[in-house]
Structures are given as C-alpha cells and as structure tokens.
Design a binder for this molecule. Structure first.
Ligand code: XMP
Ligand code: MG
Length: 172
C-alpha cells in the first residue's frame, strides 16, 4: 500500500491561499484579470483562491496532459482543452498546482503568447525545485518543496487522492 505522509494541513493551506490572494488583489488593483486554471490539478486551489480575491476577475480553464499514469513528467505535453475567452489585450494569471520540470508551464506560456495578452503572470500552489529543466519566473508561490510526489487538495496519483483536504507526500 502507498504511504501518505502529511505535509500541509488544511489550516496551513488556507493561510497560504489567503496570503496569495491578498498579494494578487493588491497587485491587480483596478484591473480585471483573466484567471486561467490549469486542469485538473489546480481546480480546488483555484476555487479557494478566487473566493479570497477582492478584485473583479474572469475565469477560464485549459487542460494539458503530460504525465500519463505515473509520477514523473513525460515531457510529452498535449493541450487537451483550449481556452474559450478572448484574452487579447487582457491581464492573464495562470494558476497551476505544481511546477516541477517547468516543461508544462513553458509550453503553456508559449501557447498563450499567440493570443497577444497584455500581461501574463503565474501563480503556483507548489514550486518543486529539484528537477527544473526550464527557467521560469513564477510570480506567486504558495509553498516550495525540494522533491517528492505530492497528492491531495486537487493533486492526484493516477486520479486518486484529489479529494483529500490536506496535502501529502506519497511514498510508493
Ligand atoms: P512539469 O514537470 O511540466 O509538471 O513542471 C507540471 C505538472 O505535473 C504535475 N505534477 C504533479 N502532480 N503531484 C501531482 O499530483 C506531484 O507531485 C506533481 N509534480 C508534478 C502537475 O499536474 C503539474 O501541472
Ligand atoms: Mg497540473
């Protein structure tokens, strides 16, 4: 049986999310950014983050598939759901669950450039720093981890564990 080692409690996550939302609300004061959630992993984080934002926002989603079944990024990234909002001239905030190698985000940022947004920033719940392959600026970071595979709070292992309210380190 895989072992789940507690990493972030509900309270710690809540504090982290409200702190990020406060900073984002201050930075985007007077503007209406389009928040782009990266499915599926970011959906719970996005839902909580939005409820703490005090600025007007629009929301859209895109979906990429890179892992297949397993715990390491294949680097073989496919866009499986396009954005539906016209983002030309808009301020974009991409909301991700985890940045690991950086390949997914690099792919997404290149994709978004095609639509001529006014600005693009990135907010990630977790920044996993050990195996970064692409240098990427992450504007808002919830929590930094060195390594390891995380589950819970939207994060999955083969589609399991997304519903856990806390974040765990999965030991296989
Ligand atoms: P890259 O390597 O492209 O990966 O930066 C980013 C995407 O990979 C997923 N990912 C994880 N998913 N637990 C997960 O449930 C993890 O520890 C983990 N690390 C990477 C994630 O979907 C992210 O969008
Ligand atoms: Mg993801």
């Amino acid at each position: 049986m895989p072992e789940l080692i507690p990493m972030l409690s509900k309270e710690e996550i809540d504090k982290m999310v409200s702190t990020l939302a406060l900073q984002i609300s201050l930075d985007y004061d007077g503007r209406t950014p389009v928040i782009l959630g990266v499915l599926k992993g970011a959906f719970i984080f996005l839902a909580d983050l939005l409820r703490y934002l005090t600025i007007p926002v629009e929301v859209d989603f895109l979906r990429v598939s890179s892992y297949g079944a397993g715990t390491s990024s294949s680097g073989n990234i496919r866009l499986t759901k396009e954005i539906e909002t016209n983002i030309a001239g808009r301020d974009i905030l991409v909301v991700e669950d985890i940045i690991d190698t950086g390949l997914t985000l690099n792919f997404l940022l290149n994709y978004l450039k095609n639509f001529d947004p006014l600005s693009v920033r990135v907010c990630s719940l977790i920044n996993k720093i050990e195996v970064r392959k692409k240098k990427i600026k992450i504007d808002y970071i919830g929590h930094v981890v060195q390594q390891g595979f995380l589950v819970g709070y939207g994060l999955d292992y083969n589609e399991s564990y997304r519903n856990l309210p806390e974040i765990y380190h999965l030991k296989l």
